[in-house]
Design a protein around this ligand. Structure first.
Ligand code: NAD
Ligand code: WQD
Length: 347
């Protein structure tokens, strides 16, 4: 459904994995999109890919959100801005353990710079949070009222802190409304295979490692443990198709634009509500693609939680959003993207 008038939305981190897919959905829903990105973990050619998909070239500003003066100047140049989706951050758990200050600087200072730049303006802001804030849930599926546990990494802590900053600021500053979306495990790629996940270096996440191993860019896959208290012994996650995740951001903006929020700060889980084990993902990939994977069972990975999947009824009821794609769809799209990027390398 197209919005009545072209609301202008700033997408920070908009050439990134989730950002690019969200820009496509925003444009196709009638929003005018402006992107800020410093290209630290993405490629400028994503802008052309978005244009090929939607026919619309988003306005792009290469800017580091740690540049307080630059952020203020840019926001002042956008008097008609109505919405912001804030994706820009660093997202590697392992890297955050090695370099905590990088993560507090890039994930917290950037948020503060953005909030200071928009202070006093009526803005609808969607924040990229993560199910990592739940740690190992006591009850499954985990809902938004579950306790936020002590973060297992500086990265996870930046998401918890980000939520707290936004909650307190939204209650203190008139005009600011915030929806925090707690993503589970985004995987897959756009149906066009023109955009997808561009992991720089060795992928830490399961699905990009699988697709890169399958295409021959990586060696053997290690399944990090099959001695957990689950049906097949491997860890369980709630994998969600990247396009479903992108659509949830559009739904969140529309909720805010329609004045439907019950408080100035709301949280929603964004997942499928179903869990799949690592070995189920491996087997599904082989079945869907016909490609035999080279994998072994290795030791557990430090910091891994055993199982998590989301209670997504709140997003269904209040955002009118439900994930549409299943695991097979996700893996088929991830494989199509891997084959595309292998023939059309960005780096
Ligand atoms: P990504 O790295 O693909 O995208 C992030 C984008 O932000 C990149 O284009 C990068 O260049 C940009 N960026 C980083 N620091 C910046 C800065 N200081 N100034 C301007 N631009 C900057 O990551 P993603 O997977 O698209 O994740 C987007 C958001 O969602 C992040 O906040 C991440 O923490 C969160 N998240 C991701 C996942 C996941 O599994 N991918 C899960 C939960 C939450
Ligand atoms: C999934 C499962 C691994 C790789 C992480 C971050 C989280 C969020 C999403 C940013 C686990 C297993 C993995 C491999 C494996 N990112 N695995 N072999 O750890 O659930 O979440 O990404 O917000 O914050 O923590 O995702 O894809 O790394 O792992 O067996 O080569 O696959 O042990 O059980 P994770 P993941």
């Amino acid at each position: 459904m197209r919005v009545s008038k072209k609301s202008k939305v700033l997408v920070t981190g908009g050439t990134g994995y989730i950002g690019a897919h969200t820009v496509v959905e925003l444009q196709q829903s009638g929003f005018e999109v402006v992107i800020i990105d410093n290209l630290s973990n993405s490629d400028i050619r994503i802008i052309d890919q978005i244009k090929t998909i939607t026919g619309i070239t988003p306005v792009f500003e290469r800017l580091d959100l740690r540049d307080k003066v630059g952020v203020c100047a840019f926001i002042q140049s956008q008097p008609d801005l109505e919405g912001i989706i804030h994706f820009a951050a660093s997202k590697s758990v392992a890297e955050s353990v090695k370099d905590p200050l990088l993560y507090y600087d890039n994930n917290i200072c950037t948020l503060i710079n953005l909030l200071n730049a928009i202070k006093g303006r009526p803005v609808n802001l969607v924040f990229s949070s993560s199910c990592t804030v739940y740690g190992e849930p006591d009850v499954l599926p985990v809902n938004e009222l579950a306790p936020v546990k002590k973060a297992e990494s500086p990265y996870g802590n930046t998401k918890q802190i980000g939520e707290e900053i936004l909650k307190e600021t939204a209650h203190a500053v008139a005009g600011l409304k915030v929806i925090a979306l707690r993503y589970f495990n985004p995987v897959g790629a756009h149906a066009s295979a023109l955009i997808g996940e561009l992991p720089l270096g060795v992928p830490q996440n399961l699905v990009p490692f699988i697709t890169q191993s399958a295409i021959g860019k990586r060696g053997q896959i290690t399944v990090y443990g099959d001695d957990y208290d689950t049906a097949d012994g491997s860890c369980i996650r709630d994998y969600i198709h990247i396009v479903d995740l992108a659509k949830a951001h559009v739904a969140a903006l529309k909720r805010m634009e329609a004045g439907q929020m019950e408080t100035v700060f709301e949280i929603f889980n964004v997942g499928t509500g179903k869990g799949n084990s690592v070995l189920e993902v491996v087997n599904a990939f082989e079945r869907v693609t016909g490609v035999k994977l080279n994998y072994r069972i290795g030791n557990r990975r430090e910091g891994d939680i055993i199982k998590i999947w989301g209670d997504v009824t709140k997003a269904q009821n209040k955002l009118g959003w439900t994930a549409q794609s299943n695991l097979d769809d996700m893996l088929a799209s991830a494989w199509a993207w891997e084959k595309y990027i292998n023939e059309n390398p960005f780096q």
